[in-house]
Design a protein around this ligand. Structure first.
Ligand code: SF4
Length: 376
């Protein structure tokens, strides 16, 4: 990991300004942008169509490695990889790559730790450290984009699909609350969707929030078709105040008003994440409250059996309860998906691998088992 400013912090226009400021023609920015975001170059020396002087200036000013892989957990079926990265200042952050039939989805982090304090979440329990920079957010995507593009990274058999392949979807569902780091996160989205470079479709990006109303209202005004997910976990204020403490600041009525505004302005469906916790939010009365809350809203519900944190009183619902809950929503006409819980044995939920290492688990070890990248 180099300590120079990350090139991934810059938009195309900002890079062009730097290049012109150094006295080079503007088209050099285009060439650099292609090396970085199309050819996925990992160093400046390989940018052979640039003059030597420019390569030297770039290398002296910028880094292409804002994060360094510390340890990686790989599921037994190889369909999920979770990387723990070291950042500037010795902080650590997690990124999860998940293989689905056609998608290669990356679950990225937006903060080191999280200040939202949800009591069932490993990241919440570890507290807030700092916001990630734009470069650190983009860097997570580029790390795995390079890995997917390299047929031999991790060994020929490391991926369950033939490589080279690419990242198809990005979800802001890793560590942190993306709406609490809105500007840097959104700048990262602009860089990743830039058609001259990485060219990820905006509709393939999902920003997940625990319910920061100002962020939802800002997102409603953005010109990119990025999807919104809301981590709900409870449909009544009393319970949600406990499970998702930010609910005290933005109670459900206000949150749902913001969601309705978002839907009205964008025409897009909103996903509601609901982590099912045994005997806490998984009873029929909880399902009925959720149905009342979402009636008439252009919504989709993702039910996620909780990934339990070591020593936590919050436990996942049984399969039977999960199915009953899902059926009740379905019968009420609310589209619902039950997400499989994976990865109990390698610290699966967001923040759990980091917590494991912070608590003295071995760095550099490869951990096998099954994992999921969905928060909560
Ligand atoms: S569930 Fe999400 S918002 Fe809540 S503490 Fe964990 S990372 Fe933060």
């Amino acid at each position: 990991m180099t300590e120079g400013r990350s090139l991934y912090d810059l938009t195309y226009e900002e890079l062009e300004d730097v290049i012109k400021g150094w006295g080079h023609p503007a088209y050099r920015a285009r060439q650099i942008w292609e090396w970085v975001y199309v050819k996925l170059a990992g160093d400046f020396a390989s940018m052979t169509n640039l003059p030597k002087e420019l390569r030297r200036q770039l290398a002296e000013t910028f880094s292409l490695a804002p994060l360094h892989l510390l340890t990686e957990a790989v599921s037994t079926d190889k369909r999920t990889r979770k990387g723990l990265f070291r950042l500037r200042g010795n902080e650590t952050v997690e990124t999860v790559l998940m293989f689905y039939d056609k998608r290669r989805t990356l679950c990225i982090s937006s903060q080191v730790g999280c200040g939202m304090g949800c009591p069932f979440c490993a990241t919440g329990l570890s507290g807030f450290r700092r916001n990630l920079s734009t470069g650190e957010i983009v860097g997570q995507v580029l790390y795995y984009a390079r890995w997917l593009a390299d047929p031999l990274a991790g060994g020929e058999e490391a991926a369950p699909v033939p490589r080279p392949t690419r990242v198809t979807n990005v979800v802001f569902m890793g560590m942190g609350e993306p709406m609490a780091n809105y500007d840097r996160g959104w700048k990262a989205i602009r860089i990743l969707t830039d058609k001259r470079g990485f060219n990820l479709g905006a509709r393939r990006i999902t920003v997940s929030t625990v319910g920061l109303v100002p962020g939802i209202l800002r997102m409603a005004e953005e010109d990119l078709q990025v999807k919104l997910a809301v981590s709900l976990h409870a449909a009544e204020d009393e319970l949600r105040n406990w499970l998702v403490p930010i609910n005290r600041r933005y109670p459900l009525a206000e949150l749902m008003d913001a969601v309705r505004t978002y839907i009205r302005r964008t025409g897009r469906r909103v996903t509601f994440e609901y982590a099912l916790m045994r005997d806490i939010n998984d009873r029929p009365e909880h399902a009925r409250a959720l149905i009342r809350r979402l009636k008439g809203v252009l919504a989709h519900v993702n039910l996620i059996p909780l990934n339990p944190v070591e020593g936590s009183p919050f436990q996942p619902s049984t399969r039977r309860t999960t199915v009953r809950f899902a059926r009740m929503l379905e019968d009420a006409g609310i589209p619902v998906t039950v997400r499989l819980r994976r990865g109990l044995d390698i610290n699966a939920g967001c923040g759990q691998l980091r917590r494991h290492v912070l608590q003295g688990g071995q760095e550099g070890e490869k951990r096998e088992g099954e994992i999921t990248g969905v928060r909560g």
